[in-house]
Design a protein around this ligand. Sequence first.
Ligand code: ZN
Length: 358
Amino acid sequence: MSSRNRKSRSSRFSLNRSNLPLIVAAAMTAASVVVVIVVMLGSDEPEPAPKQSSDIAGPAEPVPAETLPPEKQAGADPIGDLIASLPDQSGARPETSTGTAPADPSSVDGEPAWKRYATAVTVPEGQPRIAVVIDDVGLNRARTNDAISLPATVTLAFLPYGDDLQKLADKARTMGHEVMLHLPMQPDSDKDDPGPQALLTSLPPGALGERIAANMDSFTGYVGFNNHMGSKFTADQAGMGAVMEAARSRGLMFLDSRTTPHSKGGAAAARFGVPALSRDIFIDNVATEAAVRKQLDKAAAMAREKGHAIIIGHPHEATIAALRAWIPTLKDVSLVPITALLDATGGVPALATTPEAD
Ligand SMILES: [Zn+2]
């Protein structure tokens, strides 16, 4: 379009009265093309993080890129082709895993985030299910891309303080993953650093509320959250109550990572009506491919026995490699995104959570 501008500008130098109307018309056409392109580009821009309101279900949110109609991605007109050829087209999502998100989430009131951002999945009746959640995503770029390249049924939990958080989360969703917020919480040991803005039991209610909101506002498009560390904080009843109150108002689900057997997360979630699940197995406490594989096979056995299993891993090379090898071997067990373990009301259908300390 810039060459077209240059052309119309340079033609003014040889201006004579007889071709003036023609030149004016050409200039107006060029200008309108520019306007159309600018408008269309603007509509595809993800909203910058600081502009997001405290309510992720708020009406100010842009239409998620993946809900753009396909004709907008590769149109028959030159402008459409130009748009389609631009780099970083988060809207160019394949037709797979369009999810249960409605065409325009901003027009839907009251649908909780855990449903709105869930991906659609079909599981044969009665088949055991496994949800794999990869934690600590978003810090190391290469590892994040590795995690995103895993099959779409793997759920990715992003830490709120990585660079390009929204962009990476959007990319993960574009690839079909369900995305979670990996909410940093205080561990028992002072030697472990949960990172900036972690939830601490020592914070007064006002400051705690601000940190919860800051973390939950760090990006959009996630179905819910699980705790990063948190062996101390999740055992704090009042603290977990404050977290669940915020989760309830934002329509989030909760996965208890169970970093302590004393977690009050499940009870607090029940009190506030927050859909809640609980981790069964950590797969990479020993981060070798063989050890991870052993844990994965254990998880499959657990799923066959009790109907489902929830496993948590990290974007270690060994974990990624073990998952890549293991996933294609699953025949009688379905790998599902985390929300596929909830029923329509957010309950956990016909399953008992196993009390287990890890
Ligand atoms: Zn973590």
